[in-house]
Design a binder for this molecule. Sequence first.
Ligand SMILES: [Zn+2]
Length: 146
Amino acid sequence: MTEQTIIHRPLPRPSEHSARFWSATAEGRFLIQTCSACGQATFYPKVTCPSCGSVDLVDTEASGRGTVFTYTIARRPTHKAFAEAGPYVIAIVELAEGPHVTTNIVDCDPDEVTIGMPVEVTYADTIEGIALPLFHPATTTATTVL
Ligand SMILES: [Zn+2]
């Protein structure tokens, strides 16, 4: 179980196409889409498959696990909501299912983040009811089965 935090920051505005994603995050689920025509997994919510152009995209629940693909440390606040935040990590996480997600890495020292670091999703509640998917270092590592 992960502790949730109330934060005040610029928030997404769910659209016709992203409303299902944001409803799912409020329930602690991370939805991606999988193309029924070519099997490509994609994120953020789209109308057509970026691989083949099919409109037959199906919501799929992602594992919530991934690795840090790349990141930067913001040492100066980019918005007044972050004035007291101190240095924080803006990252692109590669989900285990393949798609990339722009997010923050939380619950660790920013200087300890590395490319390839295993991470897991956590959800930060906000005053407007949006649950932001953020990532923290994975609490367990994969076990090698001999
Ligand atoms: Zn496709």
